[in-house]
Design a protein around this ligand. Structure first.
Ligand SMILES: [Zn+2]
Length: 295
């Protein structure tokens, strides 16, 4: 346990670290990770780009569910893990943050140089004119179009989607682009069945290639969208450290793996490396719950 902790501190303490984060980092902000150990199973198929753009009923269901789910995401605040990443960045140890999360919590915690691989849920794009508008503005328009629409949200997914019975969705009115007047609106996030823009991927590759180490936080690396950066780093001999609750599909490429709650691990790491100020003070010792993952 101590050995893994020392190795992690050594790796991050050497600096030039690029962080790749996933849903597991945001669970302590109240956004469940449906793939992680604390997650809820996804009960419906995730919305695909194809269904969203071609099927008006699917689009209505999506917006009705997302309209409710958005409130959870909008109210979520960064947790001790996000804040520790920002501290490590201010201390000059972490250079860049690449995140698979669409919740904007790294930026809210004070991190800079954040690449949001899958976009941001708080922005809305028009698929016709390409204009970006704020989700807040859309939220206001959807409330106006659907007075009295409300529902009990049992579970929200990391992409802001919630479980909602079909009958609750009937009659929900979607709205079109307020700028061109007719364009279809979509949250500016990468849907299933959609690819991350090539320039964004290339940007991430070049950040990873310049790194001394890649630190994966809270991602099971299930999808190639994130795993490819781990594979690239390993191929180039850049050490990869993975901190996640549970095994990941990148473990075979990792120099070290740590199974720990990130809200405890990361502040302890920042304290140990003297990355102040310590907003979430710890002793800098091996935090409770830190155990080397089975290899
Ligand atoms: Zn438009």
């Amino acid at each position: 346990m101590t050995e893994t902790w020392d190795a992690l501190a050594g790796l991050v303490g050497a600096g030039d670290v690029v962080v790749l984060s996933g849903a597991g980092l945001s669970t302590e902000s109240g956004i469940p990770d449906y793939r992680g150990p604390s997650g809820v199973a996804r009960r419906h198929t995730p919305m695909t780009y194809q269904a969203f753009t071609r099927d008006p009923d699917a689009r209505r269901r999506y917006w009705a569910r997302s309209h409710l789910g958005w409130r959870t995401i909008a109210w979520a605040a960064p947790n001790a893990g996000h804040r520790a990443v920002a501290r490590l960045q201010r201390a000059g140890l972490v250079t860049d943050v690449i995140t698979q999360n669409v919740d904007g919590l790294h930026t809210a915690a004070g991190s800079g140089a954040v690449v949001e691989l899958h976009g941001r849920l708080d922005e809305v794009v028009c698929l016709d004119c390409g204009n970006l508008t704020s989700r807040e503005e859309l939220d206001r328009r959807l409330r106006e179009a659907n007075p009295g629409f409300d529902g009990h949200v049992a579970a929200v997914n990391p992409d802001g989607d919630v479980e909602l019975p079909d009958e609750a969705v009937t009659g929900f009115r979607t709205v079109d682009c307020g700028i061109c007047g007719t364009g279809m609106l979509k949250p500016d996030v990468v849907f299933f069945g959609e690819t991350v823009p090539a320039a964004r991927v290339a940007d991430c590759f070049s950040r990873v290639e310049r790194a001394r180490a890649l630190l994966v936080l809270g991602s099971s690396l299930t999808v190639m969208s994130g795993r490819r950066f781990v594979i690239r780093a390993a191929k180039l001999g850049i050490p990869v450290a993975i901190a996640n609750q549970g095994p990941t599909r990148g473990d075979d490429y990792a120099a070290l793996t740590v199974d720990a709650p990130l809200g405890r691990l990361l502040p302890a790491l920042a304290d140990r490396l003297g990355a102040g100020p310590a907003g979430d003070a710890t002793s800098g010792a091996v935090p409770a719950g830190v155990a080397p993952a089975a290899r």
